[in-house]
Ligand binder design. Structure first.
Ligand SMILES: [Ca+2]
Ligand SMILES: [Ca+2]
Length: 332
């Protein structure tokens, strides 16, 4: 969901809300955060792009004076239902834009078309930059990310505990890195097949160029290219920040899975073959079985080695990257 303040008059606040086709078809409830107050907005079934949803008198709750909140609906065109089924590890945030009150531009905010990027709590993301920060080497970056504990924070995406989402993870990693003397960027991503955004970090390493880091849930190198699948690999297994490394990594996973299945099938076959049989040592039959067993043992060791190289598991599909916005500094 993305919400953008368009204009604001004395008595009406206007927002634009992008929803999926399924949400438009079936109706949906969304939370709108304004001035630290949360409003539950019911979008009725059957809305179309351009329809307005009016929250009559809602400014009384949020701003303390009478006025309406108008929400203009935009139905996302490109949306493939089911494409994001089962997302567990990648976490999305609600992109909530709010114009600065009274036109004051606060130092360190991230601006996009004059609107400010906000975290899960509706408060602006504040980038605290360090003038003395410098670009790290890849090894320095990895050492910092492993040491930094932002990845241990819990992703909270709802009531009653408030919100701490990927935008907030990226804010903390950015500010911790700058405080440690490492120049960092906050990165926003949109997906082609998914109407929610994602946030992460970028660093310009002196030896390996631009490196994306995503610390939601665990420390990972992220792989981004417009028009391609968003990738993540655990930092211990990620040997290179280039997208081709990610493609090879996924290919290796597919090979591993195929090989692992074949191994299991052959073990089952071997067990069926030897069941209830007694072999005379030195006989042709015994030598055949021994050689087979040795081959299986060898394959098992190779699979163990590959498994260590690949890590615990793959990150689930998050979407095809549509746009990448890299913010090195907060503006103010
Ligand atoms: Ca860490
Ligand atoms: Ca920065």
């Amino acid at each position: 969901m993305s919400v953008k303040v368009e204009t604001m008059t004395d008595a009406t606040a206007k927002y634009q809300l992008t929803i999926s086709r399924n949400e438009a078809k079936g109706g949906v409830k969304k939370i709108l955060t304004r001035k630290s107050k949360r409003l539950e907005v019911t979008i009725p079934a059957g809305v179309k792009t351009g329809n307005l949803v009016k929250l009559s008198g809602a400014l009384q709750t949020t701003d303390g004076y009478y006025g309406d909140i108008l929400i203009q609906i935009k139905v996302k065109r490109r949306f493939h239902p089911g494409a994001i089924a089962g997302i567990a590890i990648i976490c999305f945030f609600v992109v909530m834009y709010a114009l600065p009150d009274y036109g004051i531009e606060n130092r360190g905010y991230i601006y996009d078309d004059g609107a400010i990027e906000c975290g899960g709590d509706g408060e602006p993301i504040v980038l605290v930059d360090n003038r003395d920060a410098t670009n790290p080497t890849y090894a320095e970056l990895v050492a910092f990310i492993v040491e930094d504990t932002t990845n241990l924070n819990h992703f909270v995406d709802g009531r009653p505990d408030g919100y701490y989402v990927c935008a907030d993870f990226a804010e903390d990693v950015h500010n911790n890195a700058e405080a440690a003397g490492i120049r960092a960027a906050w990165v926003g991503v949109n997906f082609e097949d998914n109407n929610e955004g994602h946030a992460l970090n970028a660093f310009e390493t002196t030896d390996k160029g631009l490196v994306y880091i995503d610390c939601v849930g665990s420390d990972t190198i992220a792989y981004l290219e417009e028009g391609r699948e968003y990738g993540r690999i655990d930092i211990a297994q990620a040997k290179s920040p280039s997208y081709s490394f990610y493609q090879e990594y996924i290919h290796k996973w597919q090979e591993f899975e195929t090989r692992f299945e074949a191994y299991n099938n052959e073990v089952a076959e071997y067990n069926r073959e030897i069941a209830g049989k007694v072999y005379i040592i030195g006989s042709t039959e015994e030598m055949r079985i021994s050689a087979w067993e040795a081959r299986l043992e060898e394959e098992k060791q190779e699979l163990d080695r590959l498994s260590k190289e690949l890590g615990e598991g793959q990150y689930k599909y998050a979407g095809i990257v549509e746009d990448i916005y890299i913010h090195w500094e907060g503006k103010g």
